[in-house]
Design a protein around this ligand. Structure first.
Ligand SMILES: C[S@@+](CC[C@H](N)C(=O)[O-])C[C@H]1O[C@@H](n2cnc3c(N)ncnc32)[C@H](O)[C@@H]1O
Length: 284
């Protein structure tokens, strides 16, 4: 599986990453240590900082967009005004797990499977799931992000894959899915600390997460495969996320950990958020 992403170094509140031929130097609050390789930072194609505003330096050296393959999924990247580029590579290990697990579950169960990606952003996990041949539902409140994810589908030759692309507020959508009786085998949700629904509905993780998880539980089918909960919110540690999932599942296996930006073996891993998953290993 080809991967054109690598963490090159981190430290002094920053991270240095390679995305194909492009090297970016961007802020990262948790990188409180000294860089391992200070000379490498001169190689950055462009850098971003939040000192006195939101500033790119060297943005003119970046194309309007460029494509890279991450964990077997081609992604269109583009420098946004907020310093994001259209992918969170710390989730790439989960994309791979989702693709492998859905492929195995599909073979084992011998039926069509349905995967739901909530707060789905630019679609890396949706497309990894689509590569396994399951039906997908991709939901984000931002029309622009759903369009971006559809462009990513096209560059992976998945424009005709069975994916429902939905622009909606997560809670409104889940309530409708419960009423419609639509159910899923696997669900990924990545609730933001703070977000806005399609019509500006306020999403605050501490206020809305329990309602979201209750609804997620209601749209699981009778023989589901997994639920994955990820978070970048401080305080939502792997065990906190795991305990949240344990409220709904008395059987099965729980796994959890930190999401990591990684590079070559001698480069220090950089934690960026946490994950937990419930795996139903007692399928009917
Ligand atoms: C942190 S990003 C998700 C990152 C993505 N899962 C990934 O790993 O690449 C949060 C996303 O949630 C979306 N969002 C925020 N509030 C929402 C809401 N109430 N309903 C649906 N989507 C929402 C945002 O538009 C954004 O794309």
């Amino acid at each position: 599986m080809s991967d054109q992403y690598e963490l090159l170094d981190s430290g002094n509140g920053k991270k240095l990453e390679r995305y194909g031929d492009i090297i970016l130097d961007r802020p990262c609050a948790q990188a409180v240590w000294e860089p391992q390789n200070p000379l490498l930072w001169n190689k950055a194609t462009a850098s971003f900082d939040r000192v006195g505003g939101l500033n790119w330096k060297g943005r003119h050296k970046l194309s309007d967009s460029w494509n890279v393959e991450i964990a077997g999924v081609a992604m269109k990247l583009s420098a946004t005004d907020f310093g994001h580029i259209g992918v969170f590579p710390e989730t790439r290990a989960l994309w791979k797990w989702i693709r492998e697990t859905l492929t195995a579950e599909k073979n084992k169960k011998g039926r069509d499977l349905k995967f739901l990606n909530l707060f789905a952003y630019s679609g890396g996990a949706t497309l990894a799931a689509a590569q396994s041949g399951v039906q997908c539902c991709h939901l984000d409140a931002s029309k622009g992000m759903v369009e971006w994810a559809r462009e990513n589908a096209a560059i992976n030759n998945l424009e005709n894959a069975p994916v429902r692309w939905i622009v909606d507020d997560v809670i409104k959508f889940l309530r409708r899915e419960v009423k419609r009786g639509n159910q899923y085998d696997g669900i990924l949700l990545d609730p933001p600390s703070f977000g806005r629904g399609k019509k500006g509905e306020l999403y605050k993780i501490e206020d809305q997460l329990m309602t979201t998880l209750d609804l997620v539980n209601q749209v699981l089918n009778d023989d589901p495969s997994f639920v994955i909960l990820t978070s970048h919110t401080p305080g939502f540690s792997p065990i906190v996320l795991s305990n949240l999932l344990r409220q709904y599942h008395k059987i099965g296996r729980f796994e959890c950990g930190e999401m990591l930006l990684t590079g070559k073996p001698d480069v220090n891993d950089l934690p960026n958020g946490n994950w937990a998953r419930w795996i139903n290993d007692q399928t009917v």
